[in-house]
Design a protein. Structure first.
Length: 99
C-alpha cells in the first residue's frame, strides 16, 4: 500500500532538510567548537572536537530530518552559527590565542 501523499514532503522541503542536516549541522558543530576554544584551553578543545563534533553533527542532522519545515531549520542553524561566530569574534579581541 503506497504512502498517503499528505504525509510526504515536497522536493524543496526534502532538499532543505538534507542540506540543513549536512551543511547546516556541520556549520553549527564547527562554530560551536571554535567558540568554546576561545573560552577553554584551545588544544584540549581541538582534540576533543574530533569526537564530540561528529556526535553533535549527527544529532543536528537527526533534528533537521525530524522538523516539519526545512527552511526554518536552515534559519535556526544560520542564526546559531552567527551567534557562535560573534562569540569567536569577541573572543579574538579579548582573549587572543597566541601560539
Amino acid at each position: 500500500m503506497p504512502a498517503n501523499p499528505k504525509y510526504l514532503s515536497s522536493n524543496w522541503q526534502r532538499f532543505a532538510k538534507i542540506t540543513a542536516g549536512f551543511l547546516g549541522g556541520y556549520f553549527v558543530a564547527i562554530s560551536f567548537h571554535l567558540a568554546i576554544s576561545f573560552i577553554f584551553n584551545h588544544v584540549n578543545v581541538i582534540i576533543t572536537s574530533s569526537f564530540s563534533g561528529f556526535i553533535l553533527w549527527s544529532v543536528l542532522m537527526i533534528i533537521a530530518f525530524l522538523a516539519k519545515n526545512g527552511w526554518k531549520i536552515w534559519a535556526i542553524y544560520l542564526v546559531i552559527t552567527a551567534l557562535f561566530s560573534c562569540i569567536v569574534y569577541v573572543g579574538k579581541i579579548y582573549n587572543p590565542i597566541i601560539f
